[in-house]
Design a binder for this molecule. Sequence first.
Ligand SMILES: NC(=O)c1ccc[n+]([C@@H]2O[C@H](COP(=O)([O-])OP(=O)(O)OC[C@H]3O[C@@H](n4cnc5c(N)ncnc54)[C@H](O)[C@@H]3O)[C@@H](O)[C@H]2O)c1
Length: 249
Amino acid sequence: MAETLNDKVVIVTGGAAGIGGGITRTLVARGAKVVAVDINDDAGAALEQELGDSVVFISGDVSKPETAAQAVDTAVSTFGRLNGVVNNAHASRQKPFTDLEQADWDLSFGTGFEATKNFMLAAYPQLKTAGGSIVNFCSGAGINGQPTQAAYAAAKEAIRGLSRVVANEWAADNIRVNVVGPMAMTEGVQKWSEAAPELYQQSLQRIPLGRFGDPETDVAPVVAFLISDDSKYVTGQTIMADGGTNKVY
Ligand SMILES: NC(=O)c1ccc[n+]([C@@H]2O[C@H](COP(=O)([O-])OP(=O)(O)OC[C@H]3O[C@@H](n4cnc5c(N)ncnc54)[C@H](O)[C@@H]3O)[C@@H](O)[C@H]2O)c1
């Protein structure tokens, strides 16, 4: 029987749609309260409608440090505490390395690395009062060095490096920091599969379990485990929820 998430208050960035939407739904189904931060206002409003008082939606860009402060303040003022942060949002553009412009690097590092760093720092004063769990996101693109993904891959691997260091530094505060590497069928992946069916088939063939994951039933339960006390002896780890595509030792 999975540990319930009763009493856990969790911030989920990019928590209104895609993998983040699946994480929000699964955490709430297991008893958590969620502050979902996203730039997709329509999806955020729909999520509040669907999940009622268990979720508060904040419309905000994660690359702005004030968004992190607002999310932490909202968790405390609405639900009385903060127990976890899921740094899921990350925007990027795919181009060959030589074509990348400063704006492309800024987008990936701003929404990926800087946002992850800022949400961790903003949450720290709350998390250290009773311990907590941070779940950050990496990608097989970073682990494998996928062509056209330099800005994205570099930010993702910077997030893994940061996570390992902070796992060690904050262990004394009983704050755990882990990383999830997903592979999931989202609206974006669906559109890509229709636009580039041959590339999609090639990707599919590289997944040992033979399918793209489902955000809610394949990726979110791994995040729920890392947020829960079932994983209270797990920190500094990367766990791939990608059908076995990438092995990270
Ligand atoms: N989908 C996959 O197969 C896959 C593979 C590897 C890694 N990932 C990683 O998993 C995470 C989620 O991926 P996804 O496919 O669901 O992403 P996505 O592009 O569908 O976006 C997820 C959510 O983030 C929100 N968002 C985007 N920019 C934002 C910003 N600046 N501020 C606030 N919210 C913002 C979007 O509105 C969306 O609701 C990301 O970190 C991604 O890099 C995904």
